[in-house]
Every structure is written in C-alpha cells, then in structure tokens.
Design a protein around this ligand. Structure first.
Ligand code: GLY
Ligand code: MN
Ligand code: MN
Length: 448
C-alpha cells in the first residue's frame, strides 16, 4: 500500500461528509480489480470519491462511516499467503490504520455483520450503487440514497484544500517538464507516438506512472480532432504538433496543452492563428477571479477568437453577433474551461453551484468561480472538415463565414493552449503551468 497520505486531512473530510449526511449510514465501495482476459487485469485506478475520503489506493476496499456513533471503518480484502506469493507484501489492518489514519480497519468478510449492527437506528443508507449491489441483503429495508451521497461529495470536492492543490502542483510540474522535453526533442520524421512515449516516460521518471487521461499527440490536420488518440502518424516539417497530456499525482490531475512547430519555427500563417488563441487564453487567465461566472469567461474567449477570425478574413460581421449566431463555434466547438481535481474533468460542485447556461449550445461548466477552484483555461481555434463542409453550416452561416477562405485552412489542423489555474481570494488566479507559450519562448524551447 502507498503511504504518505498524511498531508491531506482525511479524518476531517470524513467528518465533513458525516456532518452533511448525519441521518444515515455512509458506505462507499472502492474500485475493483477489472479482468482484462484470463488472469491479466487492467491497471488499477482507485475511484476518486474513495481516494478523496481516505487516500487508499488498493482495490476491493470499503469505507463505512456511522455519523451518529462517530465511527469510520476501512474494510480491506483478506490476503492469504498464496496471494502474497504473487502480490508481495500487502499490509494488514494494523499497518493500514497507521498509513491511512482511519481509526478502525477490518477485513471485508466482517462487513456484513458490522452493517447489521451499524444500521440500528437508521432509516437511510447513503451508499454508491456498487455498495448497494454488493450488500443488498443486509441493507434491505433502509432507504438507499446514492444520489444524495454523490451530490454531497460533489459539493465537498469542488473547492480544493491547500494539500490537494500541492498535489495538483506536483502533477503539473512533472507534466510541464515532460512537455518541455517533448518540445526540445520532437522533430520532422518522428511518429506522434514517439512524442507520446517521451512525454509518458518523463512522467514515469518523475514517479507518476498514471496519466490523468489518454495522451493526445496530434500533428498536422490531426490537431483539429479534439480527442485524437491514435497518435500514429509521421510528422512532417512545417507542421504543428498539438500535445494535450497530463500526469496524475495520488489521483490529482494536470491537464496541459501546447501546440508547437515540429521544425522549431512557426510559419507566418501558424503565427497568425497561434497569436489569436494565445491572446484569448492570456486575457481569460487575467480575468479569472472569484465571483465571475465561468460562462462569461467563455464568452470573452469566443469574442477574441471571433475578432481573430475576422482579421484572417474568415468571419465577417460584429464579434458579438458572431458569438450569438454560433458562427465562431464552427472554429471553436468546445468549452474554454473545466474544473480539475481527482477527475481531470471534475464536477463544478453540486446543483446549488450550477447556473443556467446562457448559451444555446451545451456547456458543461457554468458556475461562479470560487477561491480554491482549480480550472483549466484552454481556448482553441481549429479548421475541422466535419464543420466547415457541413451543408447545414454552409447554409446557416453563409453571411458570416467566408467558406472559400476557410477551405484554404483545411490542411492546417488547429491550435489549443491549455493552462491549469487556481482561483484565489482577492486577487488574480495563480497559473500552475510552467511551459513556454509565447511564440519566441516556444521556438527557443524547441531549440532547433
Ligand atoms: N484533455 C482533455 C481536455 O483538455 O479537456
Ligand atoms: Mn482540459
Ligand atoms: Mn487537455
């Protein structure tokens, strides 16, 4: 079992969830081993809520919180000697108690009996679906409330504590180093997967073997595919490489994108497009502060991109109108920002925090920024054949878009620039991302 969980206030977090849900038993099922085939398994990734409340990074555990009696118990699978032959040392309850600061630790086979005792005096059980399924017989008669448990955890997890931010900073620092290494090494003739391999090796060398999401290493026209994962194309001189990638540190994510020239020098056309995205990103980071609604930041980024597309003579008309009528969405079809934490796309909190989306298109993150929120700022500008060639778009936006001119950029791909920031009280946001992004700095980091 991994140690060093002391920096996070797990006992206080468990008391906090107990205070929010005082009238029921709270039961969480941790992540399970998932078979791949025969006796091989997928890499284990603990469930984020479980990590949040106890930091235990082992499969097949349960956490039981009994708010009335003030009890917190971790249940672990019993590992017999035969398994130790294959798995090596796995701590028993006494060691786990010390490692994780959980006051009581027992084996999972004791859980049904414990539940029978603990349910006395309760009418409700705040359990996730996996726990409800696993313990149906002994929980029968209690009112299951998985939605309320999920909502309470979303609320608690929204604002990050200093200890959580420190872990995100570690993930960000390793991710940044890996990005810089790829910038310095990538060259024409490399396959995209060579950039991916170097990035991921650098994260592992930093002691962070798990990634927060699948690496996107997209060159040339592939950089306009928002979630491109094939990463199997050979890069050519004169193209851009968009690398969107992030390590995780004890579950906490980083999520950084840089777009840089494979040959080390931006072309004039690449500079034009890149500068628009960079301006949108820097202005949005400068504007981010508590009280501002994330959708308004998104609106600002769309306006900057619309102005930029006007300067490229791809869009025409008033920038606000191009935002309202959706023309800019043909070139920037995703959100500016998302919350980040134990999930790379973390929840913006519970229902209380979610505000009405002011736009006609879907936007996942619409909430007032609060101190302790960690969010990404990631505008993009892309030339996507599926949007530019769509006859409905052509009809709807014929007055706003010069499609002939846009077609001239179809081989370009796209640019995205993504940093991770912490919203801070009474001041500008703190940018956690230390990777060059100014044109001259990117070219210097490419070092060719
Ligand atoms: N890496 C996915 C994202 O930027 O949201
Ligand atoms: Mn992101
Ligand atoms: Mn990303």
């Amino acid at each position: 079992m991994k140690s060093a969980t002391q920096s996070l206030p797990y006992p206080a977090l468990r008391r906090a969830i107990a205070r929010r849900l005082p009238d029921g038993l709270i039961l969480l099922c941790g992540g399970e081993r998932v078979a791949r085939n025969a006796d091989t398994e997928y890499d284990f990734r603990q469930k984020s809520d479980f990590l949040y409340l106890c930091g235990v990074d082992e499969p097949d555990c349960h956490l039981l919180i009994d708010p009335r009696r003030g009890r917190q118990t971790l249940f672990m699978p019993r590992i017999d000697n035969e398994h130790r032959v294959w798995l090596g040392h796995v701590p028993g309850p006494a060691e786990a108690k010390r490692l994780y600061g959980v006051p009581r630790v027992a084996y999972c086979d004791a859980l049904p009996k414990e539940l029978k005792r603990a349910r006395q005096g309760y009418r409700k059980v705040y359990a996730d679906q996996a726990a409800l399924r696993a313990h149906r017989p002994v929980l029968r008669g209690l009112q299951p409330a998985p939605g309320e448990l999920a909502e309470a955890l979303r609320e608690l997890r929204a604002c990050k504590t200093p200890g959580e931010i420190a872990l995100i900073e570690k993930a960000s620092a390793a991710t940044a180093r890996a990005h810089r290494a790829v910038m310095a090494a990538a060259r024409p003739g490399w396959f995209e997967y060579e950039a991916q391999a170097l990035f991921e090796a650098e994260c592992r060398r930093a002691g962070l073997p798990l990634l927060a999401f699948q690496t996107i290493a997209a060159s040339g026209a592939n950089s306009a595919v928002l979630h491109y994962h094939r990463n199997d194309r050979r890069m050519r001189a004169g193209e851009l490489l968009l690398l969107d990638s992030g390590a995780e540190c004890r579950g906490y994510a980083a999520d950084i994108t840089r777009t840089f020239p494979v040959s080390g020098r931006f072309t004039a056309r690449q500079k034009d497009v890149y500068s628009i995205v960079l301006q949108a990103q820097k202005e949005c980071i400068a504007m981010a502060r508590p009280g501002l609604v994330s959708a308004e930041l998104h609106r600002h980024s769309m306006r900057v991109i619309a102005e930029g597309l006007k300067s490229l003579r791809i869009l025409r008309g008033d920038a606000d109108g191009l935002v309202e009528n959706g023309a800019v969405r043909l070139f920037y079809p995703h959100g500016l920002s998302h919350m980040m934490g134990l999930d790379v796309h973390d929840s913006p909190g519970g229902k209380k925090r979610m505000l009405r989306n002011p736009f006609k298109f879907m936007l996942r993150f619409v909430a007032k920024l609060e101190p302790g929120f960690v969010v990404t700022v990631e505008p993009g500008l892309y030339f996507i054949p599926a949007l530019i060639n769509d006859p409905r778009n052509r009809r709807k936006h014929r007055a706003s878009v010069d499609f002939r001119r846009a077609e001239g950029f179809l081989d370009f791909g796209g640019v995205r620039i993504e940093d991770d920031i912490v919203i801070t009280a009474g001041g500008p946001a703190r940018d956690l991302t230390d990777v060059p992004k100014e044109i001259r700095d990117v070219e210097a980091a490419c070092g060719r």
